[in-house]
Design a protein around this ligand. Structure first.
Ligand code: NAI
Ligand code: MG
Length: 357
């Protein structure tokens, strides 16, 4: 099993180190670990946030664990050289179009939620975000109009095959949860009252639904979904939505469960390896420059991303369960980082998870 670790910049290396300790502790047979440069660190060393050799390594791996990128010292570079291009480039070059972002309430953390505990307790949602289309990848420009006014421009589009493949991922996830008895509902979130991309999205989701009669499908406009997510998050099981809406709703969901430092994600494509589905795994948060280098970052989202990697790409479900249980136990025992109102540092949290593993 070839695993590529791309720590990135900001808090990336600190949290990756803790995930690496957990990975090493599992002592998996037949594992090869590579390390590659991405983001601001890669720009400094190679003049590009996603060097060719990193991309080659990514292509040759069975799974990728990604820290974070977003070095503010690179903010003034041209857009194609900015650190964020590393993650966008990996997602698009590797055709990782399906982003799974689970948000579940951990027992004992209800008081840390931005919501009232009795409401927060009900959260168990899987957000399925389309990752390779939408306004993020459309033509963009900063141009001058004839009268001299500046105009920014981003083109938003979805083709029906792009919608269909993410819809299938979401329906299969909802079906899986129905079979396990933990769910079975799919809510498709769009803005079909205003956007043509959303009208197509809704039409294709409805067409796809015919293949999944056991899944209960509903539709919601994104503005209402944002409201419902804080009003009554327990109503959601699986949510499927486009790239932009999914980005925003998943950060919002993170605060409902307590902290962005707890949310892991998987970016999957269609390629199968010997062990599972090829994918890239990363916390949903960014490089947190405000706390980088201080040993304050919560590595749990990173460690939980490792668990998702073991489950989806490496066929090691039992190891994934063990890691998730160790994190849940640490939280229950009150091992809380600053993001959760506690005072445990990055290494201390890593120690606590390892001890419970
Ligand atoms: P951010 O997610 O980096 O930080 C938002 C807030 O959450 C900050 O106050 C930060 O300290 C806190 N935070 C984030 N992760 C934490 C953790 N593990 N433990 C404790 N606190 C944590 O978002 P922000 O500030 O908007 O972006 C910073 C940079 O990261 C930007 O350059 C942005 O483009 C980039 N970014 C990169 C992503 C990626 O690598 N996939 C995703 C999102 C943003
Ligand atoms: Mg985001």
């Amino acid at each position: 099993m070839k695993i590529a670790l791309f720590a990135g910049d900001g808090i990336g290396p600190e949290i990756m180190e803790q995930a690496r300790r957990v990975l090493d502790a599992l002592n998996l047979p037949g594992i090869v670990v590579w390390e590659g440069d991405v983001g601001g660190a890669a720009y400094r060393r190679h003049g590009h946030p996603l060097p060719e050799e990193t991309l080659q390594m990514a292509r040759a791996a069975d799974a990728i664990l990604f820290g974070a990128v977003g070095d503010p010292e690179c903010d003034n570079l041209e857009r194609h050289l900015r650190p964020e291009q590393a993650i966008l480039g990996l997602r698009s070059n590797l055709d990782l179009f399906a982003n799974l972002r689970p948000a579940t309430m951990y027992p004992g953390l209800e008081d840390m939620s931005a919501l009232r505990p009795e409401i927060a307790r009900q959260i168990d949602v899987l957000i399925v975000r389309e990752l390779n289309g939408d306004v993020y990848f459309g033509e963009k420009a900063m141009r001058k109009l004839e009268d001299g006014r500046r105009q920014g421009y981003d083109f938003m589009s979805y083709a029906e095959d792009e919608v269909r493949r993410i819809a299938h991922v979401a329906f299969r996830a909802a079906q899986g949860r129905a079979e396990k008895g933990t769910g079975g509902k799919l809510c498709s979130v769009d803005k079909a009252n205003v956007l043509e991309t959303s009208q197509l999205w809704r039409d294709v989701v409805i067409e796809t639904a015919a293949e999944y009669p056991e899944v209960e499908l509903s539709h919601m406009y994104v503005d209402n979904a944002a409201m419902q997510l804080v009003k009554d998050p327990g109503q959601f099981d699986v949510v499927v939505t486009g790239n932009l809406f999914g980005d925003i709703l998943s950060d919002q969901a993170s605060m409902c469960v307590g902290s962005i430092g707890l949310l892991a994600s998987a970016a999957l494509g269609e390629r199968q390896t010997e062990f599972g589905t090829f994918g890239l795994y990363e916390p949903i948060h960014g490089s947190a420059p405000d706390i980088a280098g201080k040993g304050l970052a919560n590595p749990m989202a990173m460690i939980l991303s490792l668990a998702m990697m073991l489950r989806h790409s490496l066929g090691r479900e039992a190891d994934a369960d063990r890691i998730e249980a160790a994190v849940a136990k640490a939280l229950q025992d009150g091992v809380l980082g600053g993001d959760l109102g506690g005072d445990a540092g990055t290494v201390e949290i890593g120690d606590a998870v390892l001890a419970r593993l």
